[in-house]
Write a new protein. Structure first.
Length: 138
């Protein structure tokens, strides 16, 4: 289902589509920057899919686009990811995150938080062993 918007209509996903069936943001990009390379996506920097000014469009890879829409920030070619545990943004590099062999973030938390959580679990396990031993001597 689409809604009318000036010279085009609004798609179900919120993009403006022209009568020639082309999405407006893709048309604007081609006018000012040329063809969109295969495997690349256009990202609306301010999140407004109807704001198709060229300064609001950013060419990114499919992976970068997924990262941006999952809460990451793409600043000067560097991806910054928020840690769900501490809330801090950290560069998406091996210095700050653990990765699976496929390149995805492992544990869904930064290295700092992961190390803290593992240490806390180990300390709790030791305490549980000590406490369970004391119960047996009563």
């Amino acid at each position: 289902m689409t809604r009318k918007s000036g010279s085009g209509s609004i798609t179900r996903d919120g993009y403006i589509r022209h009568s020639d069936n082309e999405l407006q943001h893709r048309k604007v990009w081609r006018k000012y920057r040329g063809e969109i390379p295969n495997g690349k996506h256009l990202h609306h920097i301010n999140g407004n899919k109807k704001d198709n000014r060229i300064e609001n469009l950013q060419l990114v890879t499919s992976k970068q686009h997924r990262q941006i829409h999952s809460g990451c920030k793409f600043i000067d070619g560097v991806i910054w990811k928020p840690c769900p545990k501490c809330g801090k943004f950290k560069q998406l590099t091996k210095d700050y995150w653990y990765f699976t062999k496929d390149g995805y973030v492992n544990y869904n938390r930064c290295k700092e938080c992961h190390k803290r959580i593992v240490a806390e679990k180990k300390a709790q396990k030791k305490l549980d062993v000590i406490l369970s031993g004391e119960k047996g001597t009563e």
